[in-house]
Design a protein around this ligand. Structure first.
Ligand code: PLP
Length: 379
């Protein structure tokens, strides 16, 4: 099923149509059809033929509460769920809701680029602390964070599992981060969009911020969506779980009239994904594991000079070219191999490129041979 590449060029795809002269391995969507059940649910809703303003229907709410209960062992209620058109708007909203002018946001790098820009929507400043490598694993620089935080810091933005490092943070790390936020009176915004893409869950289980002790509830917002896992990001549906009423009110109040209505197809695709998508998800993870192994072996065993972290989650490989002679890998790969990777500098790290391996094996092999070719030329 995943070996078949859908023809996406000319379909209005950001990934394929932005630079049609290049083979795309950049933006985080996958070159796979969504689960058949999602496609069926969309067809059914389209056949209804009326597309007026929508509200989250009961089936969607039920599927979200079921998902939270089964997957995360969290019992929630409909009023704790804030429906949104995307996670990035939610990050921006959090900045507007929980900090004021002259205050600041804290995050760790490298990081998915919007984390480095949303503070501007609220005229805030941004402080970043690089992740550090400890015993072969990327982790928080606790001393660096203590040094960087100030009384004007109000928000910590977390990506877990981490994009682009593909790390699933341990329960201890999340607890330590929550304690750090409490000590410095920060709101913790936990973006967990990739949490259903954990490649070996027995080894690296996800610890959601929703499972932190109750004492942290009044400072924690968790952002979720089936969008990455089921390849429905273009449908524009995500949600925040905010159990604390006061916090939720502040978050909602910051919306003003800035957000568009969520469309009915977003709601229906999300419901179908959560309700029926589990067998498909398990097959997807198995396919992604093989792709992950292929990229990892290529970098470690064949090339050697490109370093790659252990990819615990996501379909994203963070390639470090700093031991090669190639200083701007993404532009070099564009020029020399006509392949389009995400440039590390947008994530806050030069000398890196992010490779999206959410595609058929044969397409991934094209990326690998492109990198091989570019390395030979750059050597
Ligand atoms: C960590 C993270 N957050 C948010 C998003 C995008 O979310 P949305 O499309 O819902 O705004 C992405 C997309 O790659 C992501 O990796």
């Amino acid at each position: 099923m995943f070996d078949v590449m859908p023809a996406r060029r000319g379909s209005g795809s950001l990934k394929w149509d932005q630079r049609p002269e290049l083979r795309p391995f950049w933006v985080a969507d996958m070159d796979f059809h969504s689960p058949p059940e999602v496609i069926e649910a969309l067809k059914k809703r389209v056949e209804h033929g009326v597309f007026g303003y929508a509200v989250p229907h009961d089936g969607l709410i039920e599927s979200i509460l079921d998902y939270l209960r089964k997957r995360h062992k969290v019992s929630s209620s409909p009023d704790e769920i804030v429906h949104l058109g995307g996670l990035v708007p939610a990050l921006s909203l959090a900045c507007r809701a929980f900090a004021g002018e002259d205050e600041s946001v804290l995050t760790c790098t490298p990081i998915y680029p919007p984390f480095l820009h949303v503070h501007r929507d609220a005229n805030l400043s941004l402080t970043t602390v690089p992740y550090i490598m400890s015993e072969g694993t990327w982790t928080f620089d606790w001393a660096g964070l203590e040094q960087a935080v100030t009384p004007s810091t109000k928000i910590f933005l977390l990506s877990n599992p981490q994009n682009p490092l593909a790390r699933v943070f341990l329960e201890e790390e999340i607890r330590q981060l929550a304690a750090f936020c409490e000590r410095h009176n920060l709101i913790l915004v936990s973006d967990e969009i990739h949490c259903d893409l954990i490649l070996d869950e027995a080894r690296t289980p996800h610890f959601t911020a929703l499972r932190l002790p109750e004492s942290y509830t009044d400072r924690t917002i968790t952002l979720l969506s089936p969008s990455k896992t089921f390849n429905i990001a273009g449908m524009g549906y995500a949600y925040a779980v905010i159990p604390d009423q006061k916090l939720r009110k502040r978050f909602l109040a910051a919306q003003g009239h800035t957000l568009a209505e969520i469309n009915c197809l977003g709601y229906y695709s999300a419901e179908a994904a959560y309700r029926y998508g589990e067998p498909w998800r398990l097959e997807l993870l198995s396919y992604l594991r093989s792709n992950r192994d292929l990229v990892t072996e290529f970098c470690r065993e064949e090339i050697g000079s490109i370093t790659i972290p252990d990819i615990e989650a996501t379909y994203l490989a963070w390639l470090n070219f700093q031991q090669t002679t190639i200083s701007h890998p993404a532009s070099f790969l564009e020029k020399e191999a006509q392949i389009f990777l995400s440039d590390g500098r947008y994530f806050g790290a030069e000398g890196h490129a992010r490779l999206n391996f959410g595609c058929s094996r044969s397409h991934l092999e094209e990326a690998i041979s492109g990198i091989r070719q570019a390395i030979e030329k750059g050597a």
